[in-house]
Ligand binder design. Structure first.
Ligand code: UD1
Length: 433
């Protein structure tokens, strides 16, 4: 079994140096799906070299595309044929929920699509109801049978007003990608406003789509008959950027996070500053200086909300910072019901945490205490590594594949910042079943 072994250095110099943020996973995956909308060659730059991108590439290949992600890890070239398939198998959807992003583009392009229903994952039982209701409003017949969501629109989609009950990121993206080829005008109301949606709309617009309002809560789309492929650069990953900002703040370090955009991290920067870190805009990114020992971070309440609120994907890092803060804070998770599985793992590192419904009361301690822990999901995995940096002794984080799904070269990047972190093979417990 492979683990990430962290030798903590609480009170040490902290992470120092600079890192460069890659393109956003949560944008790149959707842009790859959007390529399906136009036959021909789409080229994406700054695509992160991570497992989830490889899964999306495999899905596109099974739909008949040629995907080249090997020339150099950060460019992806997708050849989309005139005729594409229409099925996303359970095998791939189970490996990566974002596989459902082919729903909108395939329905618009092919008129039919079968996508496996994802089921629960480590952070919650995310439904597809908003996706399905939105597509129905656009004139599709949608039903669920044998574990698949089957959507049909043999005569094409018809623009209309589609209100979302909740600003779901995935539903907004699927409906946007469906609406660009629908007849007439679609008005998507109460949509998600994440920078990744703005990035998707920018690429679709370059492809010939007519979109207004991306980044606000109402998006208007004038359908067009055909789109053409383009070359596009992926927006920087604000969650990876936030990961390094928190890691620097927690360790009392000094890190220049190149590519971090202050305008995409407003709430995160506010919370870091409230915790006593200094965050400076450098023109090329953000530099963060954490409170240096014997000072400790201040305890800060954090509540996750859809963008521009505090991102749920950074909640585990806020919790780690709180667990070594001077004082008590409440961390509230408003998006995913089971994201707190991670809390029990930080507790193994000695954090004083108590879950009450969707709140966690965190009472800060001067240091954590290294132990073996299990990563339940991508962000929790990275946050446990950060926790290991401020824990005395050795922390071994298993479930490494979760970290690989979303972080490119996470361990080497931390090593370059001065951390004592390695990937090592350890014998698994070998207990009888
Ligand atoms: C995306 C991100 C994920 C991030 C999340 C929220 C990707 C690949 N993943 O996930 O990293 O944490 O946004 O910022 O981009 N919901 C429903 N019905 C639906 C759809 C969603 O009830 O049809 C609920 C979910 O259960 C959840 C909430 O809406 O409670 C938010 O989900 P959503 O915004 O759709 O997140 P994802 O697009 O899955």
């Amino acid at each position: 079994m492979e683990v990430i072994r962290v030798v903590g250095d609480p009170g040490g110099p902290g992470l120092r140096g600079e890192v460069t943020v890659p393109g956003a996973k949560n944008s790149a995956l959707k842009l790859m799906a959007a390529a399906l909308l136009a036959p021909g060659t789409t080229v994406l730059h700054d695509v992160p070299d991570i497992l989830d991108v490889a899964i999306m590439a495999e899905l596109l290949r099974r739909l008949g595309c040629t995907v080249d992600h090997t020339v150099d890890g950060h460019h992806v070239v997708i050849e989309v044929p005139e005729e594409v398939g229409h099925r996303a198998d359970y095998e791939l959807v189970r490996a990566m929920r974002a596989s459902i992003s082919v729903l909108g583009p395939l329905l618009a392009r092919v008129g039919e699509v079968d996508v496996a229903v994802p089921g629960g994952d480590a952070i919650g039982s995310r439904g597809l109801d908003l996706h399905a209701e939105g597509l129905r409003a656009l004139g599709a017949e949608v039903q669920v049978a044998h574990g698949y969501l089957l959507a049909r629109a043999p005569r094409g989609l018809e623009g209309t007003t589609v209100p979302l009950a909740f600003p779901s990121v995935g539903a907004t993206e699927n409906l946007l990608m469906a609406a660009v080829l629908a007849r007439g005008t679609t008005v998507l109301v109460n949509v998600a406003r994440e920078p990744e949606i703005v990035d998707l709309a920018a690429m679709l617009t370059a492809m010939g789509a007519r979109i207004a309002g991306a980044g606000t809560s109402t998006i208007t789309v004038e359908g067009v008959a055909r789109l053409h492929p383009v070359e596009h650069r992926v927006v920087p990953d604000r969650i990876v950027a936030g990961t390094f900002l928190y890691a620097a703040a927690a360790t009392g370090g000094d890190v220049h996070v190149r590519g971090a955009r202050a305008d995409h991290l407003t709430m995160v920067v506010d919370k870091l500053e409230a915790a006593g870190a200094a965050v400076l805009e450098t023109g090329e990114g953000l530099q963060v200086l954490g409170p240096v020992a014997p000072l400790r971070p201040a305890a800060v309440d954090v509540a996750t909300l859809p963008y521009p609120g505090f991102p749920t994907d950074l909640q585990p890092f806020a919790l780690v910072l709180g667990s070594v803060a001077d004082g008590s804070a409440v961390v509230t998770e408003n998006l995913f019901e089971t994201r707190f599985r991670f809390v029990h793992e930080v507790a193994r590192l000695g954090a004083d945490v108590r879950v009450e419904g969707h709140h966690v009361l965190v009472r800060g301690r001067p240091v954590l205490s290294g132990a073996p822990v299990q990563a339940p999901d991508i962000r929790a995995g990275a946050a446990l590594v950060v926790a290991g940096l401020v824990a005395e002794g050795v922390t071994e984080v298993s479930g490494v594949s979760h970290v690989d799904r979303g972080y490119e070269a996470f361990v080497p990047q931390l090593v370059a910042l001065g951390a004592d972190v390695r990937r090592v093979e350890v014998a698994s417990a070998g207990l009888p079943l």
